[in-house]
Design a protein around this ligand. Structure first.
Ligand code: ZN
Length: 134
């Protein structure tokens, strides 16, 4: 259901922009982090259904899944999934049935900053419109 909420908020903010600027939006570039737990197909489906009742009914949504970034609060190191892959691999092996995104809640339990080994890090979870084509 989360996908529908996001599709709705993307549509209403882009619709508002489109009316203010008096421009027709053809394409929306949306960026989501790889650990967002969002299903891109559901998101697209939600968008395509909801847009019909909006003023941007011709707009196409393009979703880019970006590499998840983590920021260490202790040493300010920014690291990615690739950087913690050696730490994740043993967990993945033990949890064959898990999709990677389901492990997000386990991350802070298992993962340490690759630089200073602190467990105090933040996850870049923002979902943002990165561009519009008019
Ligand atoms: Zn660190």
């Amino acid at each position: 259901m989360h996908e529908w909420t996001i599709a709705m908020s993307v549509i209403s903010s882009v619709e508002k922009w489109s009316i203010e600027k008096n421009m027709n939006v053809k394409r929306i570039y949306l960026s989501i982090p790889s650990f967002s737990m969002l299903e891109v197909e559901i998101l697209l489906d939600a968008f395509n259904k909801l847009k019909k009742e909006s003023k941007i009914c011709d707009a196409e949504l393009e979703v880019r899944v970006r590499d998840q970034k983590f920021g260490c609060r202790n040493c300010k190191n920014i690291f990615t999934i690739d950087d913690i892959k050696p730490q994740l691999d043993p967990i993945m092996k033990d949890h064959d049935d898990y999709e990677l995104h389901e492990l997000s809640s386990l991350l802070t339990t298992f993962v340490k900053c690759p630089k200073c080994e602190s467990r105090d890090f933040e996850v870049d979870a923002s979902i943002r419109v990165e561009g519009l084509e008019v």
